[in-house]
Design a protein around this ligand. Sequence first.
Ligand code: ADP
Ligand code: ADP
Length: 233
Amino acid sequence: DTLIVTHDISKIYRMGTETIHALKSVSIKISKGEYVAFMGPSGSGKSTFMNIIGCLDTPTGGTYILNGNDVSNMTDNELAEVRNKEIGFVFQTFNLLPRQTSLENVALPLIYAGYGKSDREEKAQRALESVGLGTRGKHKPNELSGGQRQRVAIARALINNPSIILADEPTGNLDSKTSYEIMELFEDLHAKGNTIIMVTHEEDIAKYAHRIIRMRDGLIESDTINEDIATAT
Ligand code: ADP
Ligand code: ADP
């Protein structure tokens, strides 16, 4: 069941007279339920590609089919609609609103989706419970540990049942013990059928994924199945 197909994706940034070929030709296929890690040196095009996969930006050339829809040439408004429906974002810096409680942060996407207050609170509470934070709904981000903040962000990413969880360096601000706890949570989400795509610099984190795609100079250098995990599950 194919979720993502990119064909010959390129991205060119123009800065004055300089042109930067951030992506040269990237063709991949990702099925529903896959757990994929993108790796590669700084400047290899990971963020650029994630921005395209996450419908935050469009390619200069090539096509991107998401869930059967060609999203390569959409307007910003169309892209925003697809993004809100299909993608749950998790960031290195959590990106929570500091003055809002965990429950309010998690419920935020539901406001845009048009849910009423009591529905929002009920759904957000269930999402917090699903990441092990059922008793922390009234806490604000600064009253939570880093790992708990990332769990709140993950609950927020999950709240609209997105097709893809897109995580950019999700453990980049966490100590190693907390990082592994977040990876266990991702493993649970993957076991429940969620599709997870993450970017990481850390081999120890990437090895939790079932497929590892390495980028270099705007191209895919390798695309391998993680045999250890694939045979264990
Ligand atoms: P990473 O994803 O590797 O943690 P970034 O995506 O923030 O890092 O940056 C990767 C490279 O892209 C850096 O060399 C940075 O200077 C460059 N870069 C990121 N955004 C821009 C931008 N808006 N304009 C120019 N260069 C950028
Ligand atoms: P990575 O995430 O792997 O570090 P990026 O996708 O951020 O790589 O960057 C790929 C290349 O594109 C780099 O040469 C970077 O400097 C350039 N780049 C990234 N974003 C921009 C931007 N907004 N404007 C101009 N150049 C950019």
